[in-house]
Design a protein around this ligand. Structure first.
Ligand SMILES: [Zn+2]
Length: 196
């Protein structure tokens, strides 16, 4: 999940600025993926099939330790709030959450309870640069997951942290935050971007 634009404009990593960016109006003018940190992994954009995939549960947590490290590096590089494994082309159920309150590495995360009370904030996504919109989600969630040691954990999250967790778990089911918008809202928020 991308942070909304800040007043102090963070310098985007060079790889984010594609030559076509100024005139981009169609998905075709974006590559399906871009080498963000070439020594790490490529970030995949919304029209890459990995973003539509329903990801597979992880059977051996040890196998995703390196992936979790790379996810942390990319979230740091973008000063983002979180990322899902399929945004890096790995179709496995792993998310990395870095909210202002806490950082979580979650393998096979599952929302076991969600509040009826709703909460909405302006969301963005690393896979849809330039798009921001309010999405209504549960205010509180309870999440069960495995940590990187394979130990089962269960946490309660609220507000921003709950939103990030819901946004990232949606990715694992092939759902983008813009999928929650009405046609009119989607059209408005994606106008002028390749993600319309
Ligand atoms: Zn996202």
């Amino acid at each position: 999940m991308a942070k909304k634009a800040k007043r102090r404009r963070a310098r985007p990593p060079k790889a984010m600025v594609t030559p076509a960016e100024e005139e981009t109006k169609t998905p075709e003018s974006y590559p399906e993926k871009v080498e963000v940190l070439p020594e790490v992994r490529a970030l995949h954009y919304a029209h890459h099939p990995a973003l539509k995939a329903v990801c597979e549960p992880v059977e051996d947590v040890e196998e995703v330790a390196g992936l979790l490290d790379d996810m942390a590096s990319i979230v740091e590089a973008f000063e983002a709030y979180g990322i899902a494994a399929n945004q890096l082309g790995e179709e496995v159920r792993v998310i990395y959450v870095r909210s202002p309150e806490a950082t979580y590495e979650m393998v096979n995360p599952e929302i076991t309870e969600r509040s009826r009370a709703g909460f909405s904030m302006r969301e963005g996504c690393l896979s849809q640069p330039g798009v921001f919109a309010n999405v209504r989600r549960a205010k509180k969630v309870e999440v069960a997951f495995l940590d990187r040691d394979g130990t089962p954990q269960r946490i309660e999250a609220e507000g921003v942290t709950a939103v990030i967790i819901q946004h990232e778990i949606d990715h694992l089911d092939g759902i983008l935050f813009t999928d929650h918008l009405s046609d009119r809202e989607r059209e408005k928020s994606t106008r002028g971007t390749p993600w319309a």
